[in-house]
Design a protein around this ligand. Structure first.
Ligand code: NAP
Ligand code: GDD
Length: 385
């Protein structure tokens, strides 16, 4: 008998990788997608199955975590062995603009799932994974952060996730639900949302190298993050739900890097050396050297003369725009995942170099496609969020 999983947030970065992973393991996967005025399933389109075929193992339901009746109905319909609650308004900066919605979806949304499982009598059957986050540590009280480090969230997103974390623990202790938190540190990939910092940088590097964008505007580039690859992190989610006892785990690489260094490493991956000077809002990043062989290999010989001219005439490629600053910032994240590594046997395959290689290769390919479309006389769009 194959197991049944329900993934909320299946159209997001993690949901898409997890769905693919569970399908390969023989699961029947149900996912909740939101109604939108345009198709919003690009990340899972390769898994899509025609609803008219007899036996499907990937089934999408319309839904929203702000709608209790919908959440209860979907859970009742699919009777899942495992629920992965990945749905969330996941952008920290946007949560300052939409604090109430964020609390509703990210905080109370988790309660709706736990309560539905309980009221439907599924407690003995259904295991629940809650997508908790290193944003809980916020103004960090300890370095590195472990499962025992006190929380101090610094955004409406972090505070909403704090509620979700504790309500998960409470339902486990009060009602015996198999409910666990994965406290995941930042994880990225070629399908990361375009407005998160790593993807914004990776896309901008490809566009600047191909002459499609002039400058990369950034917020606070001094903050530091512990970045892993989403493909490794979704395996940890799976492992957490395979344990006999529910528990909470930190998932991290244990390496922290500043945004500034991430920019330098990303441009260096295509042969461009960036040097920073100035302070705060006046800080700029200039291109100071080009590894021609690497640039030609990664970007192409057709673009080398333009980038050399750029270095001579207009070398500033990175500027700071205070509009990207957050009212309260999380300055430093670095996780200690010893518990996950020893108890779950979780070992990530990617390091930061591998992650950057994967992301830049994909974005260079994507932007070359855009270039061809543009050269063919069609319109392409610029997004600078
Ligand atoms: P993501 O790419 O932003 O995906 C979020 C998903 O949630 C999308 O499918 C989105 O649907 C859906 N969603 C948003 N609001 C919803 C609502 N009200 N009802 C139902 N679905 C809703 O995020 P991710 O990077 O995959 O992260 C997955 C989860 O892990 C999130 O809960 C996030 O907060 C958490 N997390 C992420 C990281 C990280 O570094 N990636 C680290 C720690 C924790 P649309 O596609 O329609 O927008
Ligand atoms: N997005 C963005 N855009 N961030 C910028 C920019 C910019 O132009 N410039 C600097 N930053 C800084 C942010 O201020 C923050 O310190 C850091 O880059 C990382 O920002 P994001 O990539 O937006 O991620 P995040 O760390 O705020 O949140 C992500 O990771 C959390 C786990 O720690 C999200 O995926 C959350 O959902 C997740 O919980």
């Amino acid at each position: 008998m194959s197991k049944t999983a329900l993934i909320t947030g299946v159209t997001g970065q993690d949901g898409a990788y997890l769905a693919e992973y569970l399908l390969k393991k023989g699961y029947v996967v149900h996912g909740i997608k939101r109604r939108s005025s345009l198709f919003n399933t690009e990340r899972v389109d390769h898994l899509y199955q025609d609803p008219h075929v007899d036996k499907r193992d990937f089934i999408l339901h319309y839904g929203d975590l702000t709608d209790s009746m919908n959440v209860t109905k979907v859970i009742q319909e699919c009777q899942p062995d495992e629920i992965y609650n990945l749905a969330a308004m996941s952008h920290v900066k946007v949560s300052f603009d939409t604090p109430e919605y964020t609390a509703n979806a990210d905080g109370i949304g988790t309660l709706r799932i736990l309560e539905a499982v309980r009221l439907l009598g599924l407690t003995p059957k259904t295991r629940i994974y809650q997508a908790s986050t290193s944003e809980l540590y916020g103004l960090v009280q300890e370095v590195p952060q472990t499962e025992k480090t006190p929380f101090y969230p610094r955004s409406p997103y972090g505070v909403a996730k704090l509620y979700a974390y504790w309500i998960t623990v409470n339902y486990r202790e009060a009602y015996g639900l198999h409910a666990s938190n994965g406290i995941l540190f930042n994880h990225e990939s070629p399908i990361r949302g375009e407005t998160f910092v790593t993807r914004k940088i990776s896309r901008a590097m490809a566009r600047i190298a191909l002459g499609m964008q002039d400058c990369l505007y950034m917020g606070n580039i001094s903050s530091r993050r512990d970045w892993g690859h989403a493909k490794d992190y979704i395996k940890a989610m799976y492992l957490i739900l395979q344990q006999d006892k529910p528990d909470d785990y930190v998932i991290a690489t244990g390496v922290t890097t500043s945004i500034r260094e991430f920019i330098q490493k990303t441009f260096a991956a295509a042969g461009m050396e960036i040097m920073f000077s100035g302070e705060k809002e006046d800080e700029i990043g200039r291109i100071v050297n080009i590894d021609e062989a690497l640039f030609n290999e990664k970007i192409g010989k057709d673009y080398i003369d333009a980038i050399k001219a750029r270095m001579k005439n207009n070398p500033v490629m990175v500027k700071v725009d205070r509009n990207y600053y957050r009212p309260t910032e999380v300055d430093l994240l670095i996780g200690d995942s010893t518990k996950a590594r020893t108890k779950l046997g979780w070992i990530p395959k990617y390091d930061l170099k591998g992650l950057i290689e994967d992301m830049t290769t994909s974005d260079i390919h994507l932007m070359k496609k855009e270039t061809h479309i543009k050269n063919g006389g069609f319109r392409t769009f610029n997004y600078f969020e």
